[in-house]
Design a protein around this ligand. Structure first.
Ligand SMILES: [Zn+2]
Length: 397
């Protein structure tokens, strides 16, 4: 069994963390354990995820058929039942408190070799998850026992940014991205004063994005590769059918205020986060009201009944992607529309089991941004920022 976040949605809420209230502890440990789980990675690697309330400081040792993870200044949590994936090397995990340090004794089916730094990640909190110490390991020759444990504190400053390449390298299958160029055919989307049509800009960006993601090792599909009209549910259905790991819908904005400019990023929610987001979703959803003859009916979207937990997981992953995407745009110095990094609204195109986001790349209603959006330099800049956001997105944890 390969463990991947998208696959996990099909399991019984495996990737969803219920964060329980923690019991109070008698000593002054600053950090506390929140959850423990394992998964199986490509190349028979086992992934151990240790979730803690604050950034973990850790130390590893390798007694026979065990891995011991010592977390400094951390409180045990007896309320935690480790979620162990079948087929992983881990048979059980025990907690033991040694003063302020929490020892996690991980019992293994087979000895493992020393875990290299490239196989260790500390992920920042995201959505509902806290800090995660992620360790990937495989069966191998155990390291020579050291007489004294190495010092605490020299933990690598990994973040999600540096973490992802490891994932990409170890992945045995390519992650699937469906890129949706908004509008098309009889639906031009919004039109700038200079006559620039949203459907053309987003198609151009979508094609560039596809080729760049392909060269970066992803498997990509476009919902449309030419000037064709597609219903919103058909776009979502393509993501389902392709079993996409991520869905990116590209759009450009119009605003009655001509001086309004910048990008904005949206995820699906039943309630809009603000009035502007609500209006935008209404405008984007209106695409379905345009009647078009002669287009072949796509097979009906298979409506998978998602449990509340699964919906929560999709929402959490989408939020994580969208947050990282906003970060990447800002890092590339792309103008941001004033407001929060990620907004929420009931976009029909995002209604699926695939995590994703809708990106409004800029405002065609703004004269200078309309000009900018037409240039290949700026389109490349947008594409590079999106590629970075996809590479940084953690598909596995
Ligand atoms: Zn649009």
């Amino acid at each position: 069994m390969k463990f991947n976040r998208r696959d996990a949605l099909k399991l019984t809420g495996f990737s969803v963390l219920a964060i329980s209230m923690l019991p109070r502890v008698a000593f002054a440990a600053r950090n506390s354990l929140r959850s423990l789980r394992t998964g199986v990675q490509p190349n028979n690697k086992t992934r151990l995820v240790i979730e803690t309330a604050s950034r973990p400081s850790y130390n590893l040792s390798y007694p026979t058929n065990q891995l011991v993870v010592s977390l400094s200044n951390t409180a045990a949590n007896s309320g935690i039942t480790p979620k162990l994936a079948s087929g992983s090397l881990v048979t059980s995990i025990e907690q033991s408190q040694a003063g302020d340090n929490l020892k996690l004794v991980v019992n293994l089916r087979k000895p493992i070799s020393e875990i290299s730094k490239s196989q260790i990640m500390v992920l920042e909190p995201n959505g509902d998850s806290d800090y995660r110490l992620v360790l990937d390991f495989a069966a191998g020759t155990p390291p020579v026992q050291k007489s004294s444990a190495s010092e605490y504190g020299s933990l690598p400053e990994y973040t999600t940014t540096t973490a992802t390449p490891t994932t990409a390298i170890t992945a045995s299958r390519k992650y699937i991205i469906v890129i949706d160029a908004g509008h098309g055919g009889k639906d031009p989307g919004c039109i700038g004063k200079g006559g620039t049509r949203e459907k053309d800009i987003v198609l151009s960006v979508a094609k560039k994005l596809k080729s760049k993601l392909d060269t970066n090792g992803f498997k990509t599909y476009l919902t449309r590769s030419d000037d064709k009209y597609l219903k919103l549910a058909e776009r979502a259905a393509i993501a389902e059918k392709r079993k996409a790991d991520l869905f990116i819908s590209l759009h450009a904005n119009a605003n009655p205020k001509r001086d309004m400019k910048g990008f904005s990023i949206y995820t699906l929610s039943e309630k809009a986060s603000d009035e502007e987001a609500k209006k935008l979703a209404e405008a984007e959803n209106a695409a379905d009201k345009i009647g078009v003859e002669g287009f072949t009916q796509f097979e009906e979207n298979i409506r998978i009944a998602l449990s509340a937990l699964q919906q929560h997981a999709v929402a959490e992953m989408s939020e994580e992607y969208a947050t990282g995407c906003a970060k990447s745009f800002k890092k590339a110095s792309i103008t941001q529309q004033p407001g929060p990094d990620v907004r929420h609204a009931p976009f029909a195109v995002l209604r699926s089991t695939v995590p994703g986001a809708l990106l409004e790349l800029g405002h065609l209603s703004n004269a200078s941004e309309e000009k900018l959006l037409k240039t290949s330099t700026h389109q490349d800049k947008l594409v590079n920022a999106i590629v970075r956001s996809v590479k940084n997105y953690n598909f596995e944890v």
